[in-house]
Write a protein that binds this ligand. Structure first.
Ligand code: ATP
Ligand code: MG
Length: 577
């Protein structure tokens, strides 16, 4: 791996500093345990990768552990397809969890905790409808009003909550609410809902539960029972932290003997912890949308070819695009972790990708827009192989033999009859170096009925071939080629940015992100590649010389019918417009 992948400034960000300080005073006995808690309602995207790198990275830095936890408290939107994909993506990114859990594994514990809150007079069953709850809640400037059901007795609350659990009431008929403070300046503390009735089959627990815990309540308890020490989440949860702390303070989980057995059944060892929630800014990139809801809509509306479309910012998409996981890790390491929201240029990520691929991708030759070049002073049957280094800077990559013959494919734009200013490649009567071969001079062209050039005829200066006295003779341009007779036909998919504007989420001009889709973001061409390129294994990234990095498609590529996706060009042509 390169610099970019290994250079991890350990002191780095403010969260690492908090952990260092906690360990210095012996908090949690010096233990560090984090978790990555995705909701299984979509595929992971680049933003999630920031959280994954942070959570797994912090654990690794301090000899701690990191769990993967499916935050599956919202059954209507969840699916096992996502549960499986998320695990594959976390592993692909290079991380392995200490243990795998589901918030739904704690439904029994969460239920027992709710009964404790009721017994302690800290929660009540409320019969207000959702609309009424909203009405009673007040606003940012006005306090809310107490629910008329707030003063129910503990016995009545317990009875009603047990009947909610038994499925006696309809969806939405009742909720369990925390009894905190309807006048709180923080709306999250105005008697927030802890449980709602939802008679929906759950992807993990089936029809066992007609009631489901709310995120804020489930999350803090899940953290505690897993022994999490530092619960890292994004800034929008900052205002929820008082509720996170309130729940844990009221419950005092280590003093609850009734959860010991359910904890064991849920596969949990060790005693509960008193975790600390710490918020950091979401990672955002320009030319990208990064919300599962929007990504899901792109898929559903057929604007992309699925969650793993190489234009998608999903990890599955980036994988298919050929982005190395090491580049994504290096990118988020470089971006850092702060409390300031910001948008990073996509080109910064591409820079990380180029850096990793430059060091790791073997070089091959391919022609994407072919024009025939015939070397008229070679015999019709002329055939030879030429040895090429697989990597210009790293001899460990070894060499390969590339077939060469009288008829070649070159890129159409390496030849101009009337060249643009500063053009140093092939023109009528001019010379160019054929990479690894020698210098050719264009003597003639053939045309079709429309006058379009179909063939460039050249003579090869035998004195400029390897080992000959003129081998070092200078010409301004060098072009790549493949032998027409030996090249393998390949499908190459050329991808561009999915959006035409830097901020597709900006709706101020009345347009939405769907209006900013770049309709030319995928172009498929029939290309010719040298045989050693066709033989690439799926997911292997090659540099096609002078063109960019290309990955053998993980689903469609085969030796006999190669399919490559362009990962990234060699230079940032985008910035220049
Ligand atoms: P989305 O808005 O895309 O649906 P989410 O936050 O609802 O994202 P979750 O599955 O709940 O998705 O996220 C799992 C974890 O990943 C959470 O801790 C969340 O804070 C974090 N996360 C999600 N998006 C980002 C992001 N852009 N940058 C950093 N962390 C993120
Ligand atoms: Mg979420």
């Amino acid at each position: 791996m390169t610099d970019a992948t290994t250079a991890a400034p350990a002191a780095g960000n403010f969260i690492r500093q908090i952990v260092v300080a906690d360990r210095a005073v012996g908090k949690h006995g010096g233990r560090v345990k984090t978790r990555f808690p995705p909701e299984p309602n979509g595929y992971l995207h680049l933003g999630h990768a920031k959280s994954i790198c942070l959570n797994f990275g912090i654990a690794a830095d301090f000899g701690g552990r990191c769990n993967l936890r499916f935050d599956d408290t919202n059954p209507a939107r969840e699916d096992v397809e996502y549960v499986d994909a998320i695990q594959a993506d976390v592993r692909w990114l290079g991380f392995e969890w200490d243990s795998l859990h589901h918030a739904s594994d704690y439904f029994e514990i969460l239920y027992l905790c709710a009964e404790k809150l009721i017994r302690d007079g800290k929660a009540f069953v409320c019969d207000l409808s959702a609309d009424e709850v909203r009405e009673y809640r007040g606003t940012l400037t006005e306090p809310g009003r107490n629910s008329p059901w707030r003063e129910r007795s503990v016995e009545e609350n317990l009875d009603l909550f047990r009947r909610m659990r038994a499925g006696e009431f309809a969806d939405g008929a009742r909720t369990l609410r925390a009894k905190i403070d309807m006048a709180s300046g923080n709306i999250n503390l105005r008697d927030p809902t802890l449980y709602r009735i939802r008679k929906v089959t759950h992807q993990n627990t089936g029809d066992t539960w007609p009631i489901y815990p709310m995120y804020d309540y489930a999350h803090c308890v899940s953290d505690a029972v897993e022994g999490i020490t530092h619960s890292l989440c994004t800034l929008e949860f900052e205002d929820h932290r008082p509720l996170y702390d309130w729940c844990l303070d009221q419950l005092d989980l280590p003093s609850m003997p009734e959860i010991v057995e359910p904890m064991r059944r849920a596969g949990l060892a060790g005693p509960p912890s008193r975790p600390q929630q710490i918020e950091f800014a979401r990672g955002n990139l320009d030319y990208t949308v990064m919300s599962k809801r929007k990504l899901m809509a792109l898929v559903a509306d057929g604007l992309v070819d699925g969650w793993d479309d190489p234009r998608m910012p999903t990890l599955a998409g980036l994988r298919r695009r050929g982005f190395p996981p090491a580049a994504i890790r290096a990118f988020w390491e470089r971006a850092g972790v702060t409390k300031q929201n910001s948008v990073i240029e996509f080109s910064v990520l591409e820079g990380c990708v180029r850096e990793v691929l430059d060091a790791n991708a073997p070089r091959r030759m391919a022609v994407l827009d072919p024009l025939k070049l015939v070397i008229t002073n070679l015999g019709a049957a002329h055939e030879e192989t030429i040895e090429f280094a697989n990597h210009p800077k790293n001899p460990d990559f070894g060499t390969r033999r590339v077939p060469f013959s009288r008829e070649l494919w070159i890129e159409r734009d390496d030849f101009f009859e009337v060249p643009p200013k500063g053009f140093h490649r092939l023109v009528p009567g001019g010379e160019v170096r054929l990479r690894g071969v020698g210098i050719v001079r264009c003597t003639d062209v053939a045309r079709d009925a429309d006058g379009r050039v179909t063939e460039v005829r050249c003579t090869l200066d035998a004195d400029t071939r390897a080992g000959m006295p003129g081998a070092d003779r200078k010409v301004k341009g060098t072009i790549h080629w493949v032998s027409a007779k030996h090249a393998v036909a390949a499908e190459v998919r050329l991808y561009e940015r999915l959006f035409t504007v830097a901020d597709p989420d900006d709706t101020s001009d009345g347009k939405t992100y769907a209006d900013h889709i770049n309709r030319d973001s995928k172009r498929v061409v029939q290309a010719w590649i040298e045989p050693a390129g066709a033989a690439a294994q799926r997911e292997h990234v090659l540099q096609f010389e002078r063109l960019g990095y290309f990955v053998a498609d993980l689903a469609d590529h085969a030796d006999a019918k190669p399919v490559f996706n362009r990962t990234v060009t060699l230079r940032d042509s985008f910035a220049k417009g």
